[in-house]
Design a protein around this ligand. Structure first.
Ligand SMILES: NC(=O)C1=CN([C@@H]2O[C@H](COP(=O)(O)OP(=O)(O)OC[C@H]3O[C@@H](n4cnc5c(N)ncnc54)[C@H](OP(=O)(O)O)[C@@H]3O)[C@@H](O)[C@H]2O)C=CC1
Ligand SMILES: O=C(O)C1=N[C@H](C(=O)O)C[C@H](O)C1
Length: 271
């Protein structure tokens, strides 16, 4: 029996789920003990390698999370808000680290993760890439250096399947800018302009969401001031980037005390 730590992937048939399964299979630091899909999904009970159209890999698709998670040190979860909240209870019960990439969670849903975080480590980030997390820190630096004569806009582009807006990453960047300015994002957030909106309110942080084609994920933070503009940009061209960050977070979190963490903790970028 392998000594490598066991990993479970939730949302197995999803875009990120399948990418994560391939990444764990390619890793020599962890082993896949099972994957999760929702009750009634036609992959349930099958070997996930075969379900994905390839060779069997010895990991089954489960609808009962407790079974595979009893053998796991971490579960990686890129699904949907309601699925993530339900899974947090099982991760807590199994004392497995819960790595959450799911975006689109409301403040109320995020608060519902707190009881689980008393029993296991939770790492949650709207973007698991090194580049975006560096961009968060750069955004803080630039926003702190400029006054409100510079209007801040976060512009994000994603594929046409994406269901939430603004993206989790855009919100991370907006939070970073707001924190650096000493304001609360909900007080200055300006999203979804349409019609006679009135002039831009000084100090607002605006969000624009573009959806189209197969764009993996692009984020600009624009600082538009009198006579000059600064644009900080990240462009993701491959979802493997997010999977790489998630695997790093899983290895990091499995030995951590219960609590809530983010990718700045994992990457040692906290200022
Ligand atoms: N933090 C990061 O770095 C990144 C985060 N993301 C986020 O990850 C999430 C998933 O993205 P993506 O893979 O593109 O989406 P997909 O729609 O391709 O996959 C979502 C998966 O979650 C499952 N799922 C959805 N709702 C439920 C539910 N209620 N119960 C159980 N399973 C459920 C789906 O199953 P079914 O098909 O049966 O509905 C599917 O397998 C999104 O929130 C996205 O924004 C994406 C990339 C990077
Ligand atoms: O849904 C996606 O695809 C992505 N979602 C994340 C987000 O909402 O920011 C991260 C990445 O941009 C891809």
């Amino acid at each position: 029996m392998s000594e490598l730590p066991g990993i479970v992937i939730a949302g197995a048939s999803g875009r990120m789920g399948q990418m994560l399964i391939r990444s764990v299979q390619d890793s020599d630091k962890m082993r896949l003990v099972g994957v999760l899909e929702r009750e009634g999904h036609d992959w349930i009970g099958r070997d996930v390698g075969e379900a994905m159209g390839g060779q069997p890999i010895g990991a089954l698709v489960w609808d009962d999370p407790l079974e595979p998670m009893s053998q796991a040190r971490a579960v990686i979860d890129f699904t949907a808000p309601e699925a993530t909240i339900a899974l947090s209870h099982t991760a807590a019960q199994a004392r497995a680290a819960h790595i959450i990439g799911t975006t689109g969670m409301t403040d109320e849903q995020i608060a519902q993760l707190e009881p689980a975080s008393r029993h296991c480590a939770i790492v949650r980030a709207g973007n698991m890439s090194l580049g975006v997390n560096l961009l968060v820190q750069l955004t803080k630096q630039v926003a702190a250096a400029l006054d409100e004569d510079f209007d801040i806009e976060v512009i994000e582009s994603h594929h046409h399947h994406k269901v939430d807006a603004p993206s989790g990453t855009a919100l991370m960047l907006g939070e970073a800018a707001a924190e650096a300015r000493g304001v609360t994002l909900s007080d200055v957030r300006d999203a979804g302009r349409d019609g006679i909106t009135g002039a831009r309110r000084k100090g607002d942080i605006g969000f624009t969401a573009i959806r189209g084609g197969d764009i993996v994920g692009e984020h600009d933070v624009l600082f538009a001031g009198p006579g000059e503009r600064i644009v900080l940009r990240h462009m993701a061209t491959d979802r493997a980037l997010f999977a790489k960050g998630a695997l790093k977070a899983a290895l990091w979190a499995m030995d951590k005390s219960p609590g809530q963490y983010d990718m700045l903790d994992v990457l040692g970028l906290k200022s």
